[in-house]
Design a protein around this ligand. Structure first.
Ligand SMILES: [Zn+2]
Length: 350
């Protein structure tokens, strides 16, 4: 793979700003801009870059890109406003369980709301977790849902085959990656077990972390990426999802740690941008270091969902709940991930 050339050259963080003549070295372009620049039509104008190109650029520069989950449609407006006001680049995303178990209704309803508030320079829409086997252990018609979202205009998609065997996960992911790439849509996949969505109780966190149980295996990850052609990989390195069952969704999330050395091995071996699920509640120093070792897309769900639910419960007022989401989203961007003005940084003007 082309990317390996970079690591062998020991320059994984090359190009911290746009070259003065506006031209990138050929190898950089071949790796980070899918179409290369063999013709003069190629341009790095932000609005024309695919989401995959954005994430690869962010990965090369160690800039985190948060992906904010929208379990309630009124969260779309304040999240979008916060991203623009903070001059950041971010994704907005919705998972199947958020329109089934929360109140975002459907992929159609989400994209309709997104189009009201979107600013293409600052944000893209992603389809989060479409499981092959869902959190209740039921088979899902994942391909139909993903095809529908691509047709609606979602700009990247995730297939989650993590409850399958390795062989089955590879087969399902390859199928989705091929489908997505036909429309120039990026495909995220998951390998390893990022726990927390299941209805049963989790084992004690410290026990889980110490054992490394469910962590993404390096050799499996290499094979997985080569055989599936996925663009980004969600890895299990100590991160966990926030609880979603009615009984425990209000509970404070356990403060998770990350195995950073293991993460770096995964990044160097696969050479693609990695994704951190369960980004809410991970200790800040771990998250920031993780973005220097391969993590680019960071899913933020629980953090902003609980602000919405808590404020709505206390006030009964959707506007007050939206204000709370706006404040919390600004906090995630500015104070937690430290990426206020990340758009400018990605554009190359340091
Ligand atoms: Zn997730």
């Amino acid at each position: 793979m082309v990317c390996k050339v970079y690591f062998q050259a020991q320059q994984p963080f090359l190009l911290l700003s746009t070259p003065e003549d506006g031209r990138f070295p050929v190898e950089f372009e071949q790796h980070f801009f899918k179409k290369g620049r063999e013709s003069e039509q190629m341009t790095t104008k932000q609005s024309e870059m695919t989401t995959a190109e954005w994430i690869s650029l962010a990965n090369a520069r160690g800039v985190p890109v948060p992906a904010f989950n929208i379990p309630y449609l009124p969260m779309m407006a304040p999240v979008s406003k916060a991203i623009v006001d903070m001059n950041a680049f971010a994704l907005i995303e919705v998972a199947r369980l958020e329109w089934r178990k929360f109140e975002s209704k459907s992929p159609q309803a989400v994209i309709t709301e997104f189009r009201k508030w979107q600013n293409p320079e600052h944000m893209r829409l992603h389809l989060d977790h479409i499981p092959v086997i869902d959190e209740d252990n039921l088979r899902v018609d994942y391909l139909a849902t993903i095809r529908e979202a691509i047709d609606l205009g979602f700009q990247s998609v995730m297939v989650d085959g993590s409850r399958l065997s390795l062989e089955e996960n590879i087969a399902a992911t390859r199928q989705v990656a091929e489908l997505a790439h036909l429309s120039d849509v990026a495909c995220e996949a998951e390998l390893g077990a990022v726990m927390g969505h299941e209805s049963g109780p989790l084992p004690p966190y410290e026990e889980l972390f110490a054992s490394g149980k469910g962590f993404t295996d390096v050799d499996e990850a290499v094979r997985f990426v080569e055989e599936t052609g996925c663009d980004w990989l969600s890895v299990a390195i100590g991160n966990i999802h926030g609880a979603i069952s009615k009984a425990s969704r209000d509970a404070k999330k356990v403060e998770a740690k990350l195995d950073l050395d293991h993460l770096e091995k995964l990044w160097k071996a696969t050479g693609i941008p990695l994704v951190l699920h369960g980004g809410s509640g991970v200790r800040q120093e771990y998250v920031l270091e993780a973005t220097r070792r391969g993590i680019t897309k960071i899913n933020i769900g629980t953090e902003i969902r609980q602000s919405y639910e808590t404020a709505l419960k206390a006030s009964g007022d959707v506007v007050a709940a939206q204000d709370a989401v706006y404040e919390r989203t600004c906090w995630v961007i500015r104070d937690y991930l430290l990426i206020k003005d990340s758009l400018t940084k990605l554009n190359g003007a340091e």
